[in-house]
Design a protein around this ligand. Sequence first.
Ligand SMILES: [Zn+2]
Length: 292
Amino acid sequence: MLSSFDWLRRSRTGAELIVTLKYLEERPDLFSGEEEIGPPHSALNGPCRRCWLYSRQPEQPYCPACQLILDNVGRFAPVSRHAILIWGYVNQLPKQLHPGRGFQEHRILYTYIHDDHRFLLAMYRRGLKPWLQELALYHGDTLKGMLQIFPTMGAGEQTGMSDILCRAIHREADFSRDRLRVKFFADAYEVLRTQDREREGILIFEIADFLSVLEMAAIFRTVLRPEEQKIIYELLRMEDVEEEKFYWGRLLGQLNQEAKDMLNAWKIRSWPPGRVKLLYELIDYVVFYRTD
Ligand SMILES: [Zn+2]
C-alpha cells in the first residue's frame, strides 16, 4: 500500500505535487489504500500506469486517485509557477503550518506533516517573508533545525519533483540542529547540485540573515524601477573598472535621492557577486512597500 509520502513521491511536476498535497489534505479517503491492488503487468493488462500499484478504472489507464491528480494538473500549473516548497526538519513542529494559524493570513497553499519533526509546505513565494518573520518572532530561539526552500518545476524536465524532494530529505541532517537555518535554492535543480551556491556563499543562512536579505530585496524593489534595477545589475557585473565608474556616475545623476542614499548606505558596489545574485533572486519573493 502507498503511504501519503509515497503518493507525493509519485509527482513528476510541481503541479502534480501541489495537487497531491491538496487531495491528501481534502480527500484523504482517496489515498487510504483500501483500493484493490491491480493485476501484474502483462501485454494486455496491468495496474494503473502512474502509480503502478492500484487497479485501473474500467476502460481507463489510471486508478481513481491518479486520474483525479492528472485531471487537475492543468488547473494548478499557474499556481505551481508562483509557488515554493519548504521541507522542514526541526526539533518541534511550528504553529504556523496552516492558513489562519498565526498573527496574519498566510499564503500557505497546502501542508503535509510527515512526522513530529518533518513537514512539507507549499506556499506562494511572496508569502515567504511574512511567514519566516512570524516563525522567528513567535518561536524565537526555541525552534531549531533546517528549512529547505526551493521552487517547483514544470513539465519536460529530465529530473522530476520527486527526485528533488528525495534529495532534499537525504541532505536534511547535514547540519546539527543547534539553531534554525535556511537553505535557499533559486532553482529546483540546484537541490541536486549545491556546489555553485555553496561556493558563492548563498546556500545556507541563519534565519535572521536570510530575513535581512529579504528585507533588502523588498526595499530595493520599492525604491528602484525595474529598468533601473536592470541597469544596476549590469553595472555591478562590469569588469572594466573605469567604464563601470563612468556609467555608475551617470546612473547616479538620474536616480532620485532616496535610491542614491540606499545604494550608498549599502555599499552595493563592493558586494561579492554571490550577494548581488541573491538580492536579485529574492526580488521576486517580496512585495512592494506601500509608500503612501
Ligand atoms: Zn494510480
